[in-house]
Write a protein that binds this ligand. Structure first.
Ligand SMILES: NC(=O)c1ccc[n+]([C@@H]2O[C@H](COP(=O)([O-])OP(=O)(O)OC[C@H]3O[C@@H](n4cnc5c(N)ncnc54)[C@H](OP(=O)(O)O)[C@@H]3O)[C@@H](O)[C@H]2O)c1
Length: 253
């Protein structure tokens, strides 16, 4: 057993049916965790479960909308009835709507903030009593480079991701006494469904982003898994309230 071992631990990964969420779920599964994939699209979730189970992990899917209190309550209920505990929560579900700030309708603005920021709060609030009663836990929130930098075409997204970092710090302070560590991962630029339109519809922007990445390339989703395993494991028991860029050096500029 190493300090990164997650055998016997149960992790809920919101949006774990694709992209970064699946990359993180795969990383946690490799380390021995049971996985609960919580997302809306059941067909995508089924495919992800097949992938995760091929790694030898126990995994279930729960149809979840992170903006709904009832749905989030059902998510944790399903996790505990299958596995008995929730030791790790990865708040990864997220969307982006790309347009100029003056063009957002209120509904569009709220949709992004509701999923990315309020959804993170709702899921964390739901697992808190379980983790507290179990003597501790790990919450990992997925931010973004736009948690740090502004962006001309995703104002609602960058606002929500800045909020995720501040929420992370506040939860970390509130729950440190309960032995719950709350941290953020700030992914750089990763090839997923979310970013496919940048590559296909905005090749100039894709090229200028790539040119600014010290590693000289975008990442693949599995490359987010290592940091997630660290933040989910005993190796990070004295780490809380922080935001770790996994970005090929982008934020060091
Ligand atoms: N790709 C990047 O370069 C990048 C960079 C920085 C940060 N991020 C962040 O990383 C996270 C994952 O993004 P990704 O790039 O992997 O995009 P993605 O492939 O589009 O994945 C987003 C996931 O969120 C789920 N989701 C969306 N709304 C949801 C809701 N209301 N309830 C539950 N699940 C919901 C989606 O599943 P369903 O549609 O089935 O619900 C999907 O699996 C996001 O928070 C994103 O902001 C991505």
């Amino acid at each position: 057993m190493t300090m990164f071992d997650l055998t016997g631990k149960t992790a809920i990964v919101t949006g774990g049916n694709g992209g970064i969420g699946l990359g993180i779920a795969r990383g946690l599964a490799h380390a021995g965790a049971n996985i609960v994939v919580a997302a809306r699209n059941a067909a995508k979730t089924d495919a992800a479960l097949e992938d995760i189970r091929e790694l030898g992990a126990h995994a279930i899917g729960v149809e979840t909308d992170v903006t709904s209190e009832e749905s989030v309550a059902a998510m944790t209920e399903a996790a505990t009835s299958e596995f008995g505990s929730v030791d790790i929560l990865v708040n990864n579900a997220g969307i982006a709507l790309r347009k100029a700030p003056q063009d957002y309708t209120l509904e569009e603005w709220n949709q992004v903030v509701d999923i990315n920021l309020t959804g993170t709060f709702l899921c964390a609030r739901q697992v808190y009593p379980l983790m507290k009663n179990a003597g501790g836990g790990k919450i990992i929130n997925i931010g973004s480079m736009t948690s740090i930098f502004g962006s001309d075409w995703v104002a609602s997204y960058s606002s929500s991701k800045g909020g995720v970092v501040q929420l992370t710090k506040s939860l970390a302070l509130s729950w440190a006494k309960d032995n719950i560590q709350v941290n953020s991962i700030l992914p750089g630029w990763i090839h997923t469904d979310l970013t496919t339109p940048i590559r296909s519809d905005n090749p100039e922007r894709y090229a200028s982003i790539t040119a600014r990445i010290p590693h000289g390339r975008w990442a693949e989703p599995d490359e987010m898994g290592g940091c997630a395993v660290f933040l989910a494991s005993a190796a990070s028991d004295y780490v809380t309230g922080t935001a770790i860029p996994v970005d090929g050096g982008y934020a060091a500029f």
